[in-house]
Write a new protein. Structure first.
Length: 394
């Protein structure tokens, strides 16, 4: 089928099947069995997209995907954006552990886990960081002991995003403490719904609790859920981070995570005014907005070129650190500009003196500060780019 025919078929299908409640800002399911979906349109959209394999468009059809080529995937993204359709599914299942299992999983692991992810029937969380192991992740000490057909796990993880809503965790554990640290780590999958796992949400100043402490007290991971070889989990764990850092999924998802619908230029004109030509009436602010918009456009095009140049839409290697670092700095830059443009009203947190859009942007500004920490801090990304991409000496 030609790409043009493919586009017109997709366009017609989306027009007919994307319900109103799945367009514009709103809830995007993570697959969690512990989160209620309020709007039936959201469930219907997921069900319809999953039935076409378009919740995970590039995955093989055998595992719930549609086996789309990179070009077809880009067309699907463009057509979804055209009607302002939200992605039907987000989360660590389709963006992180799914692609990792496609590369490293056994047939049995793929058959058991991937279709559930594709249908949005399971949510995953990431058990990497520990109180004594963040940037130095390989220093982790959560211990897994081989008990024949399963491992018994004891220890603690921290900053586990969404652990309170997750059904499963992918987790790095120490299986051999007597070898150099990178060589004694394994990558396992375990159910969160078992007596040996306790989750404690971390209370934040904002009252929200997007992440948790996770404690293992004789928790069990089955041997059939060891991904890759025993003690070779560092390789699998690093690859998963590349999927996380690539931001490839943001080709589909990013726009709908921002509050409001006004662009930087619209907000600038509202608060600074426009000149006779309709341009922002302040040369310095005009330059700031233009620079941001040009950098964003260049970034999106680079992401897209990378996807199009890759053999099968697959995530690149250490170069993903560039996307993580630059993408998060752009996100922080935009949130800061959005707040600054509003002047005194720009950092309103609560109360009637600030409109909802301003309050949302203040929250976005505050939460964007975390973007240069999670998924490996931006200092660590600079180290990776220097060593693994540019080949600079240690
Ligand atoms: C919002 C959010 C969500 C998160 N979600 C998860 C999750 O779901 N699962 C999970 O496992 N983890 C998660 N994390 C944890 C995250 O991966 C770690 O916070 C991160 O890797 C940094 O580790 P750390 O906090 O221990 O800081 P540290 O490692 O103690 O670093 C402190 C500072 O020192 C700098 N630094 C450290 N080493 C170096 C070096 N070699 N060179 C240069 N600078 C260095 C760092 O850049 C940082 O600025 C999340 C974090 C945040 C903020």
């Amino acid at each position: 089928m030609s790409l043009d025919t493919f586009r017109s078929e997709i366009r017609a299908w989306l027009e007919e099947n994307c319900p109103p409640g799945a367009r514009g800002p709103g809830q995007i399911p993570t697959g969690s069995t512990k989160i209620t979906i309020e709007d039936p349109d959201v469930s219907l959209w997921l069900e319809r997209m999953a039935s076409k394999g378009w919740s995970v468009p590039t995955w093989p059809t055998a595992y719930g995907g549609a086996g789309l080529s990179t070009e077809e995937y880009v067309v699907l993204v463009e057509e979804m954006r055209r009607i302002d359709a939200r992605p039907p599914l987000i989360g660590m299942g389709n963006t992180m552990i799914g692609p990792t299992l496609l590369e490293y999983g056994t047939d049995d692991q793929k058959e058991r886990h991937l279709p559930l992810i594709a249908r949005g029937e399971v949510a995953w969380c990431q058990g990497y960081s520990e109180p004594g192991a963040g940037s130095d992740l390989a220093g982790l000490s959560t211990r897994a002991v081989d008990e024949g057909d399963h491992f018994v796990i004891n220890g603690q993880k921290i900053w586990t995003s969404g652990a309170q809503f997750a059904d499963w965790m992918f987790c790095l554990v120490r299986t051999n403490p007597d070898v150099p640290k990178h060589q004694g780590i394994s990558f396992v999958l375990l159910s969160m719904d078992q007596p040996g796992v306790t989750v404690k949400p971390i209370k934040l100043i904002s009252g929200n609790s997007p992440f948790c402490e996770t404690f293992f007290d004789n928790a069990v991971a089955q041997k059939v859920d060891l991904v890759g070889e025993l003690n070779k989990g560092w390789t699998v764990g690093k690859r998963l981070l590349q999927h996380e850092r690539s931001g490839m999924t943001s080709l589909v998802g990013s726009r709908r995570t921002e509050p409001g619908s006004s662009s930087l230029a619209q907000v600038a004109k509202e608060f600074v005014g426009s000149d006779a030509n309709g341009a922002i009436d302040d040369a310095a602010i005009r330059t700031q907005v233009l620079t941001h918009n040009m950098n964003s456009a260049a970034f999106r095009l680079t992401q897209r070129r990378t996807v199009e140049e890759s053999q099968d839409g697959n995530t690149p290697g250490p170069a993903t650190s560039i996307f993580k670092m630059y993408g998060t700095e752009l996100e922080q830059d935009k949130a800061e500009l959005m707040c600054n443009l509003r002047g005194f009203g720009g950092y309103g947190w609560s109360g009637d003196n600030f409109d909802e859009d301003a309050k949302e942007w203040t929250r976005t500004f505050l939460s964007s500060r975390a973007a240069s920490i999670y998924s490996g801090s931006n200092e660590i990304q600079r180290n990776i780019i220097a060593k693994r991409v540019l080949g600079l000496p240690d």
